[in-house]
Structure formats: C-alpha cells, structure tokens
Design a protein around this ligand. Structure first.
Ligand code: HEM
Length: 537
C-alpha cells in the first residue's frame, strides 16, 4: 500500500515536472538577454487572460503596454513564442520605416502552397514576392484611381440611404433579412449589419466588378460568402491558430480556411468577369480592370504615366488576381464597417459634434448644388477630423506585427540583438490611448486633428493604418468609402441614441474584432428636406 503511494507520488511529480519543462521550455528567452519582460505562466506565457476571454483585445494590448511604462520596449510570451513589444515611437519608426529592410515581413502563417487565395494576397506575401506585388499594385491606389472609382461607391451609398428612407416612409414595406426595426418615425438599426452590407457592396462593385445591393437582396450569395470568409471565429479560428503553431501539421491534416467550393466560387467569379470583359472589350473603372492592366504591364502610376519611371510586367499565375481581390474583401469588409459604426455611435452620443458636421455637409452640398463630388468629400475638414478621431479612439487594427528577416540590434537600452524569425508588436490601440500623446485619451475630441493641433501629434503615435512601406495600401480607398457613407447618411438622417444603444461601449471579449456583444443599435430619424438635398454625383 505504502509502496504504491510512493509510486503514485513519484509518477505525479515526474509528470508535473515534464509538463512544467514542456510548458516553460522557451520562456527564458528574455531573461537570458536581460530584456525587461513579464513573468510568463507555463504554456500560456502572457496571453492567458486573452486566450481565456477574461479581457478584450484592446484591454489586453493596453495592459501589456502600461506594464512596460518607463521602458522603450519589453518582452512577452505569446504561449511559447517570445515577442518584443515596442513602446517607444522612435523605436517603432526605426523598425517600420528607417530599418524596414530588417523587418520586411509580418507573421502571416498562411503559405502560398497551403492556402493559395490567402497566401498569394499582398497581406500575406513575404520578402521579394511582397515587394514585387506591392509595387505592381500601388498604382491601383493612387488619388486618380480613387477618383475614378468614386461614382461606383457613391452609388452604393445612395442605395443605402434610399433603402433607409423607404423603410421610414413606406410603412407597408416588409423589412426582412436586415437588422432594422420601426419605432414610430424612427428606425432602430443595427449599424454593424447595415455597414457590413455597405462595405460588402463597395468591395463587390469596385474590386470584383459586380453589383449586389445587399439591403434589397439581403441574402445574396456574395454577401453571405463574404461574411463567412471574413469571420475568423469557431473552427476557423482554431484552424488559423493551428497554422500559427504548426503550418506543417495543418498542411499534413489538409486543414483549409478556404474550402474548395469557396475558392472555386471566387475563382469562377473573377475568371468569368475577366473573360467577358476581354471578349466584349468592356472597360469599367474598378480594381479588376486595374489588375488586368497590371497583368499586361500597362497599369500607369501618378507620375506622368509611369511608376518610378518604369512599368514592369509581373509574372502572374491564374490565382494572383483572384487572391488580390479576395484580399481586398478580407482587409476591407470589416475594417471600414468598424470605422463607420463607431463614428455613427460617437456622433449619436455627441449631438453638438453631429450637428456641426451636418452644417459642414449641408454647406458643401449647397455650394455644389446638391451634387456630391470627389473634391467636395475631400475638402470637408471637419469630416476628416471626426473620422481621424474615431480611428484614434477605436482603431479597427488594435495591433500589428513585424517579423525580423535580417539580424538587427535595437537602438535602445538595453541593447538587444534580434535574429531572423524574432517578432515585434506595434501596440496601435495603446499608443492612441496614451495620455502622454493624447491628453484625456478617452474623450472624443475631433479638435485634436484640427489644422492648428494636428501638427503636434508625435510621429508614430497615431497609426490607424500602420506604418512604413508595409502600411495599409487601401487607406485612401477606406477613408473615401467611409466619408461617402457618412456624408450621404448625415445629409438625410439624424443619428439618435435608442434604448438598445450600448452605453457605455464594452468591447467584446469573445474574439479579436473591435466590436461589442449584442450589436451597435442606433436610431435614424429623417431630416427635414431642404434645398441641399443630396443627388448622386
Ligand atoms: C478603416 C479601414 C481600414 C483600416 C483601419 C486598415 C488598417 C490596416 C492596417 C493597420 C494594416 C497593417 C499595416 C501595417 O502592418 O503597418 C493594413 C494592411 C492592409 N490593408 Fe488595410 N485597413 C483598412 C481598410 C482597407 C481596405 C478597404 C483595403 C482594400 C481595398 C485594405 C487593404 C489592405 C492590404 C492589402 C494590407 C496589406 C498591405 C501590405 O502588406 O503591403 N485595407 N490595413
């Protein structure tokens, strides 16, 4: 009896020791290098609270950042992986801009072979393949190309506001499929549902070359597919994490984020569009057209028809165009909708700011006789201030990362050399909420971005679109689509708080998206029509 107790005790002790060693085997990375770091927990490292859904993603990032106050950078363990958290804006500038060649890649685990439609997309490409693709695609995002897509996007905004107006005025109209409820003369609308339909339609028309009208056709195939593909929760979250930890195992198990059916849906959509256009000589001002030009080597940049003096013809395979447009869907569907629903919420909560913005919109439309133009949207200063401040308070990308590709010694105390494969975090949300850079950081104050004040914002403390050559290629596009929607919405409606409006905002702990549980409900009240009533421009 005594003997078996000894055996049990010994076995339990041995198993605990093995588990402990397994769970901590890489967790001496920072102590060996003398880098300030947080004490890790076996297996979880420092991400336990996030993995166990005890905190939201922004709270988690803010906590890491605050715990390194007084240091320029620090070390944390993402389970077993050591990651450097960069805190100092100068250091962030060195890594993302000046010494960018050492940090060319991000940690995208999806390879071109395992998941071609993800892996071949710009976001996931690495090294020279990324450089080539970025320089090929950049001319598609210049101001002149944005201007040519303006009409397509205003059409989506008009569909959105016409639909809402009809919901208010036509009491016999049944509203199915969308999250909209009538409350007297006010429409209670779940803004996330509304705006993902808008951003979906914008990407569908401007990237894929198809028209969806997802409010009048709430269950259209493109919207349902887009929603599925951009949703990384449940089993898809597990597969995604699996690729982070063991891409080889995931490949061996043939685990896919993009099923064959889904991939073929996008492939045939793009293929059919291209063939029809080639056969019939159709030219439409959208990204498919620009990508077709890029493939032929005829896509012209801003500078007199060339990009840096030369146009190169890329060696693209069949999937390359499809992967880019799928990438635009992934990158633009949720992010731009997030910006829009937070902006609407903040405006409903701050009627004084909403009414000043409406004055600017009314005045601009009046000057242009109700016609919305590219120049008018870009000339609205207060609109830009409101959008910028929304992106500061609620950046859709809370954190970005970089992977070291060439040995690099951090120019900060304590000096530490990073080797290829080492990773860094750039804690966007935390920088935006640091009172040293943005006094009274929780206050919604568009004045921070006025002409007088914006020059005081320190470099690399405001990074909603990331930093350096690997920043967001779609930022101009995203700002344009968000501003168009806000102008069209606010010229026709007032945004109001309703009983279901989430106050205060509590960011979800259930996933990594910047959203709330239960939805972003707001009231829409039709404005009294006046001479500036908007027309399509
Ligand atoms: C408000 C909306 C958006 C926000 C806040 C946003 C933010 C970001 C951020 C933070 C990054 C990473 C930058 C870095 O690592 O430094 C990124 C990358 C990227 N974004 Fe956006 N984005 C938005 C909309 C869009 C849209 C509409 C598109 C496409 C039409 C797009 C396409 C991309 C692509 C392709 C990349 C990867 C760039 C590269 O690796 O070269 N984004 N975005």
């Amino acid at each position: 009896m005594l003997e078996s107790m000894w055996v049990w005790t010994l076995a339990t002790g041995l198993i605990s020791l093995i588990l402990y060693l397994l769970g901590t085997w890489t967790q001496d990375h920072f102590s060996k290098k003398n880098v300030p770091h947080l004490k890790p927990v076996p297996f979880f490292g420092n991400v336990g609270p996030l993995a166990l859904r005890m905190v939201s993603f922004p709270e988690f990032v803010l906590d890491l950042y605050n715990r390194f106050k007084g240091h320029k950078y620090g070390g944390v363990y993402e389970f077993f992986n050591p990651v450097f958290v960069l805190r100092d804006p100068e250091l962030i500038k060195m890594v993302t801009v000046k010494d960018f060649e050492h940090f060319l890649d991000r940690r995208s685990p999806l390879s071109e072979e395992a998941e071609p439609l993800f892996g071949k997309g710009l976001f996931n490409l690495k090294g020279q393949r990324w450089k080539d693709m970025r320089s090929t695609l950049s001319p598609a995002f210049t101001s002149s190309k944005m201007k040519s897509m303006f009409v397509l996007i205003t059409e989506c905004g008009k569909q959105l506001t016409d639909f809402l107006e009809k919901c208010i005025n036509d009491k016999n109209m049944t509203i199915e499929g969308c999250k909209i409820e009538r409350e007297g003369n006010i429409l209670a609308v779940e803004m996330k549902d509304l705006f993902t339909r808008y951003t979906n339609d914008v990407i569908a028309t401007s990237a894929f070359g198809i028209s969806c009208d997802s409010l009048n056709n709430p269950r259209n195939e493109f919207y349902e597919t887009g929603r599925y593909v951009t949703n990384f929760s449940g089993i898809r979250a597990i597969i995604f994490l699996g690729y982070f930890f063991s891409p080889k195992l995931m490949k061996l198990l043939n685990m896919k984020l993009m099923s064959k059916t889904l991939a073929n849906f996008f492939r045939s959509l793009v293929h059919n569009t291209i063939s029809t256009r080639e056969e019939k000589g159709i030219v439409r001002p959208d990204m498919i057209h620009l990508l077709m030009q890029a493939k032929k080597g005829t896509l012209q940049g801003e500078d007199n028809g060339t990009t840096n003096g030369k146009i190169t013809k890329p060696k693209w395979e069949d999937d390359d165009i499809t992967a880019q447009v799928v990438q635009f869907l992934l990158a633009g569907f949720d992010t731009a909708a997030t910006l829009l629903y937070f902006a609407s919420h903040l405006l409903a909560m701050h009627p004084d700011i909403q009414s000043r913005l409406q004055d600017e919109i009314d005045q601009t439309l009046k000057e242009d006789r109700g016609k919305l133009t590219y120049e008018a949207v870009h000339g609205m200063k207060y609109l830009d201030m409101v959008v910028s401040e929304t992106l500061r308070l609620y950046p859709p990308a809370v954190l970005v990362d970089r992977r070291c590709v060439k040995q690099y010694t951090l120019p900060a105390e304590p000096q530490c050399t990073l080797n290829p494969g080492d990773c860094v975090y750039i804690p966007i949300y935390a920088l935006h909420h640091d009172p040293d850079y943005f006094p009274d950081p929780e206050k919604f104050d568009p004045e921070r971005f006025s002409d007088e004040n914006k020059g005081n914002i320190k470099t690399c403390t405001y990074l909603p679109f990331g930093s350096g050559p690997r920043n967001c290629i779609g930022s101009r596009f995203a700002l344009m689509e968000a501003k168009i929607a806000l102008v069209q919405l606010l010229s026709r409606f007032n945004l109001k708080v309703v009983p279901k409006t989430p106050i205060p905002i509590k960011i979800t702990k259930k996933g990594l998206n910047m959203t709330v549980d239960g939805g972003f409900w707001l009231g829409l009240e039709q404005r009294v029509k006046n001479s500036t009533t908007y027309q399509t421009g």
